[in-house]
Design a protein around this ligand. Structure first.
Ligand code: GDP
Ligand code: MG
Length: 442
């Protein structure tokens, strides 16, 4: 598949803005990739349409083919879409103890296993005291299964009382969690082979009794389309707060994740990666995006595009310097970079010809604190002043220094530095192609 994709993209080598045709051709293949990854047809269609609108007209960066650019946009959108709101992934609402967590889903999806995995995680990672209760009254072995897992991971389970209804057990779990001082209690419900009304009514009743903080739908990531149907049904009847995709250690393509996100709008919070109790992870949108688009090749294509784009930005900046344009915005960027790279040494040390200046600056006592003060000074300038530092006369200087809570003498030092740097940039630029600056920027 990825071979076919790169084939199409190689053929698109026009430069300039992405035309509607460029985008359409590339997206036709993306649509096939999505469908092969088990994304449902309407979701694939909507997604492709959204990307098409976004991509058409975007400028193609030099030395990236339009196809690569489209794929990058597709990839980024996919990650963005799968990620949803920040803070949803891997997070569970477990404040106000005891916080009930309701686990729902079809039979065999991995509810019981995931209940225990999450309980272990909450207990070990978040330091919560957890109580687990099995509400599966239909298969006696199901209750034992949860107890065995609980014993194995050191998490308490609600004592089994034969003959109780799921609603009775839910009430008892709530009571026990309150009296026992638990932070969280988890309700592992019974599943069915397919969605039916009796199941939904039962889960609804449990929900009404416990008023869960989280209602997590556990679905088998290998089931594709069925998983989406399941998610839609549970969300409509019960209202889910998140999804957990199991069996992602298998070779499913993960398209169900995209469809479920699209259909329910609910975040995918965790993925199950095996039968062991530690085999659960926060959901990583980039991994699923890579999987959906066909893995390695696409991802490296995207990385290559990213690198090229960054290199071009650096080149544009260099061209400005060669023309002697080095204003306060440029200086601010350099200062921030220096802060990030561990001060003067890191930044200047890498540029031949700058070593001397770096030493000078050190001699002048430039350190992180000073860098921060200089950045504060630039921040208190207006847009116009930053672009044209020669505008700075006495009254402006006073205002700027005051705004940064510093002395005018410090501002004067900064201005001197900017002039020196601008001079130096110009000289280096004059050395022409292959000059020191160019080498230094590589
Ligand atoms: P439930 O009926 O929804 O409670 O499903 P179970 O928790 O009993 O799981 C059914 C089977 O799937 C068990 O054999 C689990 O060990 C297995 N299982 C659950 N989650 C995963 C997973 O993430 N990966 C793999 N490979 N197997 C899993
Ligand atoms: Mg079960």
């Amino acid at each position: 598949l990825s071979e076919r994709l790169s084939g199409v993209f190689d053929r698109l080598t026009k430069q300039g803005a992405l035309s509607e045709d460029d985008v359409k051709t590339a997206l036709r293949e993306v649509r096939v990739a999505l469908l092969e990854a088990d994304v449902s047809l309407p979701v694939a269609r909507d997604f492709v349409k959204a990307v098409q609108e976004k991509a058409t007209g975007q400028t193609v960066t030099k030395s990236v083919t339009p196809g690569q650019q489209v794929i990058k946009i597709v990839h980024d959108e996919l990650v963005h879409f799968l990620a949803g709101d920040e803070g949803d992934i891997g997070a569970l609402k477990v404040d106000n103890p005891p916080a009930p967590i309701l686990m729902v889903g079809l039979q065999g999806g991995g509810k019981t296993t995931t209940t225990a995995k999450l309980a272990k995680r909450l207990q070990e990672k978040n330091g919560k005291r957890v109580l687990m209760a099995s509400l599966d009254v239909y298969r006696p072995a199901a209750m034992d299964q949860l107890k065995v897992l609980g014993d194995q991971i050191g998490v308490d389970t609600l004592p089994i009382v034969p003959g109780q209804s799921p609603a009775d057990i839910a009430k008892r779990a709530k009571q026990q969690a309150t009296m026992g001082g638990y932070d969280v209690y988890m309700l592992d419900t019974a599943g069915r082979l397919s969605i039916d009304d009796a199941l939904m009514t039962e889960v609804e009743e449990i929900r009404n009794i416990t008023n869960p903080r989280e209602t997590l739908l556990v679905v088998d990531g290998l089931t594709g389309q069925d998983a989406v149907h399941t998610a839609e049904n549970f969300d409509e009847r019960i209202g889910i707060s998140g999804v957990i995709l199991t069996r992602m250690d298998g070779d499913g393509r993960g398209g169900a994740a995209l469809s479920m996100r699209a259909v329910t709008g609910k975040p995918i919070k965790f993925v199950g990666l095996g039968e062991k109790m530690d085999a659960i992870e926060e959901f990583h949108p980039e991994r699923i995006a890579g999987r959906i688009l066909g893995m390695g090749d696409i991802v490296s294509l995207v990385e290559k595009a990213q690198e090229t784009i960054e290199a071009e930005q650096a080149e544009r900046m260099m061209k400005r310097f060669q023309k002697g344009r080095f204003n306060m915005n440029d200086l601010k960027m350099q200062l921030e970079q220096m802060l990030k790279m561990g001060g003067m040494e890191g930044m200047m040390g890498m540029m031949p010809g700058m070593k001397k200046m770096s030493k000078q600056m050190e001699g002048a006592g430039i350190d992180d604190k000073m860098l921060k003060r200089q950045i504060a000074l630039i921040q208190s300038m207006t847009k116009k002043e930053r672009a044209n530092p020669q505008l700075l006369q006495a009254s402006r200087k006073k205002r700027i220094a005051k705004g940064a809570g510093l002395e005018v003498s410090e501002l004067n030092k900064l201005l001197k530095m900017q002039r020196q740097m601008a001079d130096m940039m110009k000289k280096m630029g004059k050395m022409g192609k292959g000059g020191m600056l160019k080498q230094a920027m590589k």
